[in-house]
Design a protein. Structure first.
Length: 208
C-alpha cells in the first residue's frame, strides 16, 4: 500500500496519522486516507486548507454496491480528520453522518450449552491426542473465564502467562494498550496442567 499523499492537504494528513499513532492507535492500514487524498485531488476546485461543505457532501454520497456500514466507516474517517483540523484552529466543515444499522445480535449460551462445548472439546482432544486438538479444552475454558478475544488467546506467549501469581498479559490488543488479567483458581490450575505437559520450549514461544 502506497502511504504517500499528493493533495494540497498531504502534510496535514501525515501529521494527523502521526498524532493518531502517538496516541497508540495502530493505523497500519490507512487505505481510506489514501482514497481521501485522491478524492481531494479530484476535487481540486479549491485550495482551502479546511475541508469544504461541497467536499463533505460529495465524500458522503453512498457508492454503488457499497454497504451502509462501509459508508459509515468512510464518513467517520473524514470526520476524524475534520476534528483534527478544527483543533488546529482551522476552519472546516463536517460531514453529515449516516446511521449505522447494526444487525448483529449476540447469542448467549446457556450453562448446559457451555458444558456441552467443553465436553466436545475434551472428546476431540482424546480422539487425536497428538494433533492440535489437545489445546481445545484449555483454550476454550480460558476464553470463557476471561472474555478475551480468540486471537488474543492464540497469541499468548509462554512468558505472558504467570501461573505463580495467576495472571495473563494481553499484548497489543484492539485498543493498543497492554492489559493484565487475573485468573481464577480453576482456570489457573487448568493452564498449569496444560503447560506442565506441553510447554517445554522457550518462553518466547506461544502458550498454545
Amino acid at each position: 500500500m502506497n502511504n504517500k499523499f499528493n493533495s494540497h492537504r498531504k502534510f496535514l494528513l501525515e501529521e494527523f496519522i502521526a498524532c493518531q499513532r502517538a496516541l497508540n492507535y495502530k493505523f497500519e492500514n490507512i487505505c481510506t486516507y489514501n482514497q481521501l487524498d485522491r478524492f481531494f485531488l479530484q476535487m481540486n476546485k479549491t485550495e482551502s486548507i479546511g475541508v469544504t461543505k461541497e467536499e463533505c457532501e460529495q465524500w458522503s454520497i453512498k457508492r454503488t454496491t457499497e454497504k451502509t456500514t462501509t459508508q459509515y466507516t468512510r464518513i467517520s474517517k473524514l470526520n476524524s480528520f475534520c476534528i483534527f483540523l478544527q483543533r488546529k484552529g482551522l476552519k472546516t466543515s463536517f460531514p453529515y453522518q449516516v446511521k449505522n444499522k447494526i444487525s448483529f445480535k449476540p447469542y448467549i449460551y446457556s450453562s448446559s450449552e457451555i458444558i456441552k462445548i467443553f465436553d466436545s472439546c475434551e472428546k476431540l482432544a482424546m480422539d487425536k491426542p497428538r494433533s492440535c486438538r489437545h489445546i481445545f479444552p484449555t483454550y476454550f475454558k480460558l476464553l470463557y473465564a476471561t472474555g478475551i478475544r480468540k486471537n488474543e488467546g492464540l497469541h499468548l506467549a509462554i512468558s505472558d502467562v504467570d501461573l505463580v501469581n495467576g495472571t495473563i498479559l494481553i499484548r497489543e490488543p484492539k485498543n493498543g494498550k497492554d492489559r493484565l488479567l487475573p485468573l481464577s483458581n480453576s482456570i489457573k490450575q487448568e493452564m498449569f496442567n496444560f503447560s506442565n505437559r506441553y510447554n517445554k520450549y522457550s518462553d518466547k514461544d506461544f502458550f498454545f
